[in-house]
Design a protein around this ligand. Structure first.
Ligand code: PLP
Length: 389
């Protein structure tokens, strides 16, 4: 038995190399990757510009710590700010850390404004914010909290998309609202029309911070740099990760000037924003911000969404519903077919996808896919679906 702690139940698949939207096993089998490391490899595998950025930086300096100035941080923070609502950026290594920092910001912001009693954060049911003690408390899901009580104090959850419930949950102790504009792990649900704007109004009315978790739906995945941009809403804080590093561990907290309350000594990380991460993050942003790139995500996302809806129509005894935004799409299976089993069958036929809650399969391909890859993926779905009718 391996010494590896059994925290995962991985598929019996190991990949030796990747190229574009395909992964290859050592024995030469090819897989179309519509999982992308769970919405991470936004530029696919071995993208020449990312490889060059990483290897060039690797020859110079890998890590120095935040005791020293890292010019790449200043540059990437300025570029992210210029391309978004943000004035301030903090670099972390992962999504959960970006969320932890955001939670600290909510508490410190209220304390700085004379309200130390406001420390509670309202989040949503079926949310996912990471695996640290505070982020599992924020999501509040029993399956995440099991075995880890006492639960970190200061979080409650209301139904996603329900403004009345959110309003009713606000108390004198509320500091912030934390929401994923498109829920990922919870089963691929996009915020209903008007929801994010309604949250903005609520936050303004009660002096709360509006915080979006864009770890999964951010960095171009929905066809805008950040998913909240579709709603025309300006948040106070956004936590992001996954796609921002294209496969190199990187996360970020973006804030407005007013919410940029973390100063010297308030927060930190040894690795966060190290030269390697900044080199790759810069290369990812070069690609994301190229003329027409996000339009391409919108177009191919529409192709994928339409194709999935057609699948549901063609196999009504297998699929219930297709839903999602851009290249963050999901398809829900009927009760009798378990999403994880179907995922294994798809793998057997050469297609990688990710499971989610609510018996949904998530399609989170690299943002560089073309319509031909959608056709290829749908053909594999059809082959597997046909076995179930
Ligand atoms: N928030 C959301 C919406 C996520 O999807 C995830 C990871 O899946 C996280 C936070 C946690 O990110 P990480 O696994 O990098 O800690």
């Amino acid at each position: 038995m391996s010494a590896l702690m059994p925290t995962y139940a991985p598929a019996d698949l190991a990949f030796e190399k990747g190229e574009g939207v395909y992964l290859y096993t050592a024995d030469g089998r090819r897989f179309l990757d519509f999982c992308a490391g769970i919405a991470v490899n936004c530029m696919g595998h071995a993208h020449p510009h990312l490889v060059e950025a990483l290897t060039e930086q690797a020859k110079k300096v890998w890590h120095v710590s935040n005791l020293y100035t890292i010019p790449g941080q200043i540059k990437l923070a300025d570029r992210l700010a210029a391309a978004s609502f943000a004035d301030r950026v903090f670099f972390s290594n992962s999504g959960a850390e970006a969320l932890e920092g955001s939670i600290k910001i909510a508490r410190k912001y209220q304390k700085d404004h004379g309200h130390p009693e406001r420390f509670r954060i309202i989040a949503c049911e079926n949310a996912f914010h990471g695996r640290t003690l505070a982020t599992i408390a924020a999501a509040g899901q029993a399956k995440l909290l099991e075995g880890f009580t006492p639960v970190v104090d200061g979080f409650s959850q209301v139904a996603f998309g329900n403004l009345n419930e959110m309003r009713a949950a606000v108390t004198d102790e509320t500091a912030a609202i934390l929401v994923e504009p498109v829920q990922g792990e919870g089963g691929l649900r996009a915020a209903p029309e008007g929801y994010l704007q309604g949250l903005r109004d609520l936050c303004d009315e009660f002096g709360l911070l509006l915080m979006f978790d864009e770890v999964q739906c951010g960095m171009g995945r929905t066809g805008k740099l950040f998913a909240h941009e579709w709603a025309g809403v300006t948040p106070d804080v956004v936590a992001t990760a996954k796609g921002i590093g294209g496969g190199f561990p990187l996360g970020a907290i973006l804030t407005t000037e007013a919410a940029g309350v973390l100063g010297v000594g308030n927060h930190g990380t040894t690795y966060g924003g190290n030269p390697l991460a900044m080199a790759v993050g810069g290369a990812v942003l070069d690609e994301l911000l190229k003329d027409g790139f996000l339009d391409h995500v919108v177009a191919v996302g529409e192709t994928l969404g339409r194709a999935l809806s057609a699948l549901v129509e063609k196999f009504p005894t297998v699929f219930v519903e297709a839903r999602g935004q851009g290249l963050m799409q999901g398809i829900k299976l009927v009760e009798g077919i378990v999403n994880r089993d179907f995922k294994t069958e798809l793998e057997g036929a050469g297609l990688l996808v990710a499971p989610a809650g609510d018996n949904v399969l998530r399609l989170l391909p690299p943002l560089i896919i073309e319509d031909s890859h959608v056709t290829e993926a749908i053909a594999i779905f059809e082959t597997v679906a046909a076995r179930h009718i």
